[in-house]
Design a protein around this ligand. Structure first.
Ligand code: GLO
Ligand code: MG
Length: 346
């Protein structure tokens, strides 16, 4: 029987999060409860919290992007780039925020309106320009509103073609850009067109530049799809298409909670760390991205602890993965004593 060999050598993991992970506590039932930190203040937090990468939306970098000229967009991006350089930070990813504009109410690439589909593509191209200017080759596509509340109003087969067409257009627009599809099964749509990493990887293989399309797996999104995040990661790792992760946690099949990593199910968190570590994730510069939300109850001046705890949980579990006695584990596997194996991990 094959023994699970740990990846040789030691990966120094780099961590990232997005500015939206430090927020004001607004939820669908209540207003903000904390005063916002400015973008500049947030940028100042990263290093102290142990993070070197920033996950961006296009309009995190260029607020009011739709009203800006191309020259303004580039000028603002240069300013942010300088800010990152001064703090020793990198842009891990940039994502077009395709779900807030009045022009993306019915979806972006799959809107029933050709004009709105055109807007979505143009906006995505501007996002690629920003990514280039900030020195980042990773474009994340979270396909938030690609789906429908009423199945009969859209064509689910045609939608795949529309998404693919947009992906191909972006690949052609910039021959170096890489596209990371972040699947999610629901929310804001009740049912989304690209719900799992399998769907995302299917699109990657169907695209015009397979080697430049991959995926980003968020733990909570896999859980919401009723799937095991570590197996989803394993699937993408096998295909060499796991290019980023959004580690977090989720308490059951409810709204997307973005809880601190390992805060609900430590065993599930351990499995994710193990599959990443043992398959060489991070060796090609992939970040350990977090997508975690601070609880609404948290006072403002201490509203970054969810980031600290998620990172620390990852590192503690990593230590466990690295120090478990593989030979003893293998003895239990060989004897098919999986109950005994469980005892070992209990
Ligand atoms: C929402 C998503 C969202 C994306 C982000 C990246 O459920 O997880 O936070 O990760 O917009 O573009
Ligand atoms: Mg996410």
């Amino acid at each position: 029987m094959m023994m699970r060999e740990p990846f040789k050598g030691t990966t120094e993991y780099c961590f990232s999060f997005g500015p939206w992970n430090i927020h004001e506590g607004t939820d669908p039932f209540g207003p903000p409860v904390r005063e916002a930190f400015s973008f500049d203040e947030k940028v100042g937090f990263y290093r102290d919290l142990g993070f070197v990468g920033i996950q961006f939306h296009d309009d995190d970098i260029v607020p009011g992007i739709d009203e800006k000229t191309h020259a303004q967009l580039i000028a603002r991006t240069k300013t942010v780039k300088k800010q990152l350089d001064d703090h020793g930070l990198t842009a891990e990813v940039v994502a077009p925020r395709l779900w807030e504009s009045p022009q993306t109410i019915d979806g972006a690439y799959t809107s029933n309106s050709p004009k709105e589909r055109q807007y979505a593509l143009e906006r995505s191209k501007r996002c690629v320009d920003i990514a280039n200017e900030i020195g980042c080759k990773n474009l994340v596509l979270w396909l938030a509103r690609e789906g429908t509340y009423i199945r009969e109003t859209k064509d689910s087969a045609g939608a795949v073609g529309q998404i693919l067409e947009a992906i191909n257009a972006l690949l052609e627009y910039d021959p170096e850009i890489r596209i990371l599809i972040e699947p999610k099964p629901n929310e804001p749509m009740d049912i989304a067109y690209i719900p799992t990493i399998g769907h995302a990887i299917g699109l990657a293989y169907a695209s015009d530049a397979q080697e430049r399309v991959g995926g980003l797996i968020e733990s909570a999104h896999a859980i919401l799809a009723g799937l095991e995040p570590s197996d989803e990661m394993g699937y993408a790792l096998y295909h060499k298409k796991l290019w980023s992760v959004h580690l977090n946690d989720q308490n059951g099949l409810k709204f997307d909670q973005d809880k601190a990593f390992g805060s609900v199910n430590l065993r599930r968190a351990f499995n994710q760390v193990q599959v990443l570590e043992e398959n060489g994730y991070g060796r090609n510069g992939e970040f350990i991205g977090l997508d975690v939300k601070v609880m609404r109850t948290q006072p403002r001046d201490i509203s970054t602890k969810h980031l600290l705890s998620s990172r620390r949980t990852f590192l503690n579990l990593l230590e466990k993965v690295r120090t478990f006695d593989k030979e003893v584990e293998q003895e239990f596997i060989t004897a098919r004593d999986y109950e005994g194996f469980g005892l070992l991990h209990s």
